[in-house]
Write a protein that binds this ligand. Structure first.
Ligand code: PLP
Length: 466
């Protein structure tokens, strides 16, 4: 989900700088990876980099697991491809069943696609079609309410849904105008004075309620949110009670509640689905990265009983489809990744190691003048940098602080990959790095991650002062 960074020579596109953040990155030579094994990637010069970000929060069981290789090879020998217009496959059905079961049956069906952006496109269209299938139909419902500084993908529909200012900027005239926006849930920057969590949540729910009324509740398909904001804000979790409160507003106005768990889902947050932590079941949910752990491109959409019942009584056909949806090889890889996560009790390990990591990262806030905030859940943590801790003023986005820190991390002696996310690069939301290691890390790895990141941050800011 990172902005495209074009290695020189591979694509001759290095003049296609798309933002201040990206243009800095275009100037660096890309380290070339020649292998990856376990929780390390191996560079051309032989150095091993600890993958503390799992790529873009993807590699949840680490790299090069031969059990997944074997599952892919076995499936390849059986069925390499089939069109889901004509056929179904055991492997796809089994994966969908597992996903449904992972929700304790509150979601009823799954739809398998190739990327998080595709999953979001499908979720939008599913919501729209739901209102056309309903008896009586509600054809006026074609609008969405999403949040500021969210990220839902890069295709035009999903980009329209997202509120990532710089990702949208150049394409603004091409984006859908059926999306309006409410505030994000970001206590570090947006809580007012001595506001309690409950008061903050109530304020945000009231704002959503007013937005429904402003644009006409009967025109709204759904409210859409990431339970833990990933790429745009650096791992900002919902405040307790927030998801529940937002869902209640949707229910009041007869609109659907869609949660985008592409980045935070499938165990990353310490529970299988992040919404479990607020007991707020979505009507539609998207999944991605840790579904296949990077072994194949795969993502999914889950639809609740409420949605599926309407389709069952209606046409029964979701008017949508991709050539490679439900791809058997991708499904086989995801099934094996999910088997490993389940049988090795890795979500519990995410929760346990997340507790340790949280405590160690919080030390950074106390100990470094440029670390303004640390937040996250499970093994999904964001460290936000500020110019001045008394005001929490962010660095100018043109400095590319998060990217520089991530680039320094790849060098000796740190040799650790963290994921840079630079907010909306509008000089308001600041720079953050995401730490999202594989689910199988040990307490010793947590210690390595924490001490290396501390060293990295100290050295980076010291070099800027020098
Ligand atoms: N939704 C969220 C919350 C994401 O974090 C991302 C990617 O980072 C996407 C959607 C888009 O997924 P993809 O990059 O697989 O298209």
């Amino acid at each position: 989900c990172a902005d495209a960074r074009f290695p020189p020579g591979l694509f001759n596109m290095s003049s296609l700088s798309t933002s201040a953040v990206v243009h800095r990155s275009l100037k660096v030579d890309f380290p070339r990876i020649i292998g990856s094994k376990g929780n390390y990637v191996i560079l051309e010069d032989g150095r091993r980099i600890f993958d503390a970000s799992g790529g873009a929060a993807v590699a949840c069981i680490g790299h090069g697991d031969t059990r997944v290789h074997d599952a892919i090879a076995a499936q390849l020998k059986k069925i390499s491809y089939c069109s889901t217009i004509f056929y179904t496959t055991d492997v796809c059905e089994k994966l969908c069943r597992e996903l449904v079961d992972s929700t304790h049956g509150v979601m009823k069906r799954a739809y398998i696609v190739n990327s998080g952006s595709e999953a979001m496109e499908a979720a939008m269209k599913l919501a729209r079609q739901y209102y056309l299938e309903k008896v009586p139909p509600e054809p006026s419902r074609m609008r969405f309410i999403a949040r500021e500084h969210s990220y839902h993908g890069t295709t035009l529909g999903s980009l329209s849904m997202g509120g990532h200012v710089t990702r949208r900027a150049k394409f603004e005239p091409m984006l859908l105008d059926c999306v309006s926006r409410v505030s994000r849930c970001f206590p570090f920057r947006d809580k007012q004075g001595s506001e309690t969590d409950l008061q903050y949540v109530t304020r945000l729910a009231d704002e959503l309620d007013r937005e429904f009324q402003r644009i006409g509740a009967d025109t709204v398909c759904a409210f859409v949110a990431e339970p833990i904001v990933g790429a745009a804000l650096g791992c900002v979790p919902f405040v307790p009670g927030y998801l529940k409160a937002m869902k209640a507003v949707c229910d009041k106005h007869g609109a659907l509640f869609i949660l985008d768990e592409v980045m935070c889902g499938m165990g990353r947050s310490g529970t299988y689905h992040a919404w479990e932590q607020d007991d707020a079941v979505p009507d539609i949910q998207t999944l991605g990265k840790c579904l296949g752990g990077g072994y194949q491109p795969i993502a999914g959409v889950l639809a609740s009983k409420k949605v599926i019942e309407v389709f069952e009584k209606g046409t029964g056909v979701f008017v949508h489809g991709h050539t490679y949806q439900g791809h058997p090889i991708a499904c086989a890889a995801a099934l094996e990744v999910q088997r490993i996560i389940r049988e090795e009790n890795l979500v519990q390990n995410v929760s346990n190691m997340g507790g340790l990591l949280s405590a160690r990262l919080q030390d950074l806030v106390a100990s470094h003048p440029n670390v303004g905030n640390v937040r996250g859940s499970g093994l999904f943590w964001g460290v936000e940098f500020v110019m001045d801790k008394t005001t929490n003023k962010p660095f100018p986005s043109s400095l590319g602080v998060a990217f520089e820190i991530a680039e320094l991390g790849l060098t000796n002696p740190y040799s650790m990959a963290v994921y840079p996310s630079s907010g909306t690069a509008d000089g308001v939301n600041g720079d953050h790095i995401i730490i999202s290691p594989p689910y199988n890390i040990l307490a010793t790895d947590v210690e390595t991650i924490a001490t290396t990141i501390q060293r990295l941050i100290i050295d980076y800011f010291a070099s800027k002062k020098a």
